[in-house]
Design a protein around this ligand. Structure first.
Ligand SMILES: [Zn+2]
Length: 228
């Protein structure tokens, strides 16, 4: 039995940008001003199911936002990132944004150079180079909720599944919610370790030689030029 009548559009909202690649695609998105923790208690209030109209610039709301709400202000960054990730991997169906405390803290005290930032995270925890061999891309502080940060995030999403927004948060992409949450959690744990040890004398770390051993054992390839 179908859960939804795809012909029954509750309302249409302009997205404010054009993404013809997403026409006819469905997206389950959180509402603006909503908290992820409340989704489990009231999914129809905190989520909305959208379909992008044939014009590529109108969201058709099919379900949800039942208190009269609207989609997240970060919809441009989400949808533009979907375009990027789907062009790289058609299985990347999830784009998640959140504000993990230790990754944020790291953007105050660590250089934002992407290679350096990635290498530090890889060195904090053995699993990191295996879980995100493409590394982490980083944007400097930008005004959020705009098409500009959406375009910049989408560009960064072409080469990595993780994009840090300095002093704000992170975007992660993956094939399902579980994998994407795990991806962000792994980077966040590495950042937590960094914040615990960055001010202490470092006596040893995971060497590049050891990273290459991990590549061989787990069949991953670290981003070109990121290991010596
Ligand atoms: Zn945010």
């Amino acid at each position: 039995m179908p859960y939804l009548d795809p012909a029954s559009v509750q309302l249409t909202i302009p997205t404010g940008f054009t993404a013809p690649d997403l026409s006819f695609k469905y997206f389950l998105v959180t509402g603006t001003g909503k908290y992820f923790k409340n989704v489990q208690y009231a999914p129809d209030v905190n989520l909305g199911l959208l379909r992008i109209a044939p014009d590529g610039e109108t969201a058709e709301v099919l379900w949800g936002f039942s208190d009269g709400g609207k989609f997240t202000s970060e919809l441009p960054a989400h949808l533009m990132s979907h375009v990027s990730r789907l062009s790289v991997d058609p299985e990347n169906r999830v784009v998640m944004h959140c504000h993990p405390a230790n990754l944020l803290a790291m953007t105050y005290v660590h250089p934002l150079d992407e290679r350096a930032f990635t290498r530090t995270l890889w060195q904090m925890c053995t699993e990191c180079v295996i879980v995100f061999p493409d590394g982490v891309n980083v944007l400097p502080w930008m005004l959020c909720g705009t098409n500009e940060i959406g375009l910049a995030t989408a560009e960064k999403m072409r080469t990595a599944r993780l994009v840090v927004w300095a002093q704000h948060g992170i975007y992660g992409a993956g094939k399902d919610l579980d994998e994407t949450f795990g991806l962000i959690e792994t980077a966040e744990k590495a950042a937590e370790i960094y914040m615990k040890i960055a001010h202490l004398p470092i006596l040893q770390t995971i060497t590049d030689e050891e990273m290459h051993l991990l590549e061989g054992r787990f069949g991953v390839k670290a981003r070109e030029g990121y290991l010596d």
